[in-house]
Write a protein that binds this ligand. Structure first.
Ligand code: IPE
Ligand code: IPE
Ligand code: MG
Length: 255
């Protein structure tokens, strides 16, 4: 057994011995830097980043994690050069087509969130097709945040609610609760993330799951996304397990 595998198993066992998050969000960052560090073009980093996603799915399954949200493309990522944006969309198309069988085999249901319908038609239909074909998979729900922004999501929810108030569909709007409002978000019915991981050393949310992440534990790692692997995921879960979650109270659940 290689050293890498040994340490992977060590971290897996340690993670399993602790508390497992129900929902993990991942801000997959550092593709560009990974490529530039190697004298490659940025897009090579994005290509390598797709392989990381493929590696991490079995790791999520090993831990019995049922919900995972990946930040694929933010509403602010349109600011990047047109060629890079186009390349990212083509990667989404390829991923949905080429790895669909693998997703089904692993029992992964793909659910896009965000304004993903604003992408070019080829990407929209590739996404629709993987959603349709993974519909009955039930081991892991994989939410792909595509053209996603937390502020836009809250704004979209507020507009949807306002329309229902105007049409008379919602009458008692002054009594609306947080739970009621959450039903207007893209993540209706999805448990809030317990853990949000961000790679590449950046320590910010960049508009990711702003409402849902209110009480998420944040774990930051310097590892660049293309270098991230199962052992890094297990380590993040171990770190999560060591945190005392108090939700504003004084007694925390731990370990
Ligand atoms: C993350 O990697 C991928 C996306 C945001 C789509 P980056 O492309 O942001 O990589 P860095 O941060 O420039 O290294
Ligand atoms: C966040 O990464 C978006 C995704 C991972 C899709 P960015 O690289 O776009 O974030 P900033 O610009 O560094 O905040
Ligand atoms: Mg980045």
């Amino acid at each position: 057994m290689s050293e890498r595998n040994r340490s992977e198993e060590y971290w897996l066992a340690k993670a399993r011995a602790g508390r497992i998050p129900v929902h993990v969000g991942i801000i997959m960052d550092g593709n560009g830097r990974w490529a530039l560090n190697r004298g490659l073009k940025r897009y090579e980093g994005h290509r390598a980043g797709v392989q990381t996603i493929r590696r991490c799915i079995p790791a999520l399954l090993n831990l019995g994690i049922r919900h995972c949200t990946l930040f694929v493309f933010s509403t602010e990522n349109w600011k990047r050069p047109r060629e890079e944006v186009q390349f990212l969309f083509s990667l989404i198309v390829d991923y949905c087509r080429e790895h669909k069988a693998e997703l089904i085999e692993n029992g992964v249901q793909v659910i896009p969130i965000g304004r993903w319908r604003e992408l070019p038609g080829s990407a929209v239909s590739a996404i629709e097709s993987v959603v349709r074909d993974t519909r009955s998979c039930s081991r892991l729900k994989l939410y792909l945040a595509i053209n996603y922004g937390g502020r836009q999501e809250i704004l979209d929810a507020a507009v949807k609610l306002a329309k229902q108030v105007v049409s008379g569909e919602v009458i008692n709007f002054e009594g609306i609760t947080q739970e009621d409002f959450a039903d207007y978000l893209y993540t209706k019915g999805v448990p809030d993330p317990d853990l949000i991981i961000r790679t590449s050393g950046e320590q910010r949310l960049s508009n990711f799951l702003l409402w849902q992440g209110a009480y998420a534990e944040l774990v930051f790692t310097d590892v660049l996304w293309p270098d991230f692997g199962p052992a890094d995921l297990y380590k993040a879960v171990v770190e999560y397990s060591s945190r005392s979650r108090r939700f504003g109270g004084i007694t925390g659940e731990k370990g």
